[in-house]
Design a protein around this ligand. Structure first.
Ligand code: UD1
Length: 421
């Protein structure tokens, strides 16, 4: 199994360009199922999850080619099945995104239940609630979910989400764009990736309004056509590099950023004394000017503090003098990185969904496990300031979701090596 070896480094300096967003590209690729025309998507990040989604689309009969680096041309005219391959689907929870567009285009979809994940149970009840509200019969049997539209097709409806789930909002949007009549998603998720998907669907001829608010209106249209689209920058990758600058007390210019998308991260870093300046060039993160102080964070659906930045932020808080608390409200089991950070010398106690950090402890390199994607990033950040070598295993999690993780960090002066064990 491959590992990362992270050495303590000097403060990071330099400029880094942010890639297209992982959480935007996956539903965009799934949305291409909705048309027989070509869809061309630019600024596609180089990620294992994107490769898995490509394979899933190909297994359904799609043809994908890369006319240029970071551009995908997706042609789903040859769609031959609405049953997704189990081996591919089980690799990635986001593969469940194909359910909505398959149901929308063919009236039927059969997909293996997405596996549970270490960060929580991650049910799909809200996705299914949406499909049922649109008139589909939903059968869950032998770990497969099958949704079947009635002979007259799906019909628009009002769907109330008990929690503003990102995936459910996206899946229901994709199922509803070609339904008869109007669909309302009430208490919808408001994440920028949802706005990006709505923009793409609208370029394809859909009529989606209100994306980015908690009430999305979708007027069904007959069919969709091909479109071209550029993926929004990855706000979680942005946050990770902001924290890399902060934890090493460095200075980094981050380009290809939408400052509005990262407001809670900016606000919290500023509370700690980190200077974050927005300019025409990008985002300057300057952490070598002020004494940094502790703060408290609480994860929430957007525009609240993102759960995906909780673990990298916690790694940073371990290096700041004073007591901080971190409350996780989105996923029920997202503190797996705490035990690993403590193995590196951090002092973090957990009480339910609250972590209490006594900061300012000296971190020491250790053998640690990347228990999930963002936990892996948090450990790499901790490794940048820990004495000695930090050996991170199960790095496939990190490679699933960060584009050129090592080379980007190295370009800022980090010393990270990938080894095959
Ligand atoms: C997406 C992101 C992930 C991020 C998360 C929250 C992608 C590919 N992934 O995941 O990086 O951490 O949003 O910002 O975009 N829930 C239910 N029933 C459902 C669906 C969700 O109870 O049917 C619960 C989940 O268990 C979780 C919460 O809702 O506690 C949030 O999940 P959700 O917003 O759906 O996250 P994902 O779309 O899986």
């Amino acid at each position: 199994m491959a590992k990362f070896l992270v050495q303590k480094c000097d403060p990071l300096h330099g400029e880094i360009h942010i890639s297209g967003a992982k959480n935007a590209i996956l539903p965009l690729m799934a949305a291409a199922i909705l048309t027989e025309d070509h869809c061309v998507i630019s600024d596609v990040p180089e990620l294992k999850d994107v490769t898995v989604m490509e394979k899933i689309l190909e297994s359904l009969g799609g043809k994908i080619h890369t006319p240029e680096e970071s551009i995908l041309d997706i042609d789903m005219s040859g769609l031959k099945t609405n049953v997704a391959d189990y081996e591919l689907v089980r690799k990635m929870r986001a593969s469940f995104f194909i359910m909505g567009p398959l149901l929308g285009r063919t009236g039927r979809a059969k997909v293996h239940m997405p596996g549970g994940c270490t960060i929580g149970a991650r049910p799909i009840d809200l996705h299914l609630k949406g499909f049922k509200a649109l008139g589909a019969e939903v059968i869950v049997k032998d770990y497969y979910v099958e949704a079947i539209a009635p002979p007259e097709g799906l019909t628009g409806a009002a769907v109330y989400l008990d929690f503003p789930s990102v995936g459910a909002t996206e899946n229901i949007m994709m199922a509803a764009v070609c339904a008869t009549g109007t669909t309302y998603i009430i208490n919808a998720a408001e994440e920028p990736e949802i706005v990006d998907l709505a923009n793409f669907l609208n370029k394809m001829g859909a009529r989606v309004k209100g994306a980015g608010t908690d009430n999305i209106k979708i007027e069904g249209v007959e069919s969709l056509h091909g479109a071209e689209h550029t993926v929004i920058p990855d706000r979680i990758e942005t946050g990770t590099f902001m924290l890399a600058a902060a934890i090493t007390r460095g200075q980094v210019l981050i380009t290809n950023v939408v400052p509005d998308h990262i407001k809670p991260i900016t606000a919290k870093l500023r509370e700690c004394g980190v200077i974050v300046e927005v300019s025409d060039e990008g985002l300057y993160v300057i952490a070598d000017q002020n004494e940094l102080t502790a703060t408290n964070i609480k994860t929430l659906p957007y525009p609240g503090f993102p759960t995906d930045i909780q673990s990298p932020f916690m790694a940073f808080l371990t290096t700041v003098e004073g007591a901080s608390t971190v409350i996780e409200t989105v996923f029920e089991n997202r503190f797996m990185h705490v035990a690993e950070l403590n193995r590196m010398g951090a002092n973090i106690r957990i009480d339910g969904n609250k972590a209490m950090i006594q900061g300012g402890k000296k971190l020491e390199g250790a053998q640690v496990i990347a228990t999930d994607l963002r936990a892996g990033a948090a450990l790499a950040l901790a490794g940048l300031v820990a004495d000695g070598t930090t050996e991170i295993s199960e790095i496939y999690h990190i490679e699933r979701g960060y584009d050129n993780f090592i080379s980007k960090f190295k370009s800022l002066g980090a010393n990270i090596l990938r080894i095959d064990d």
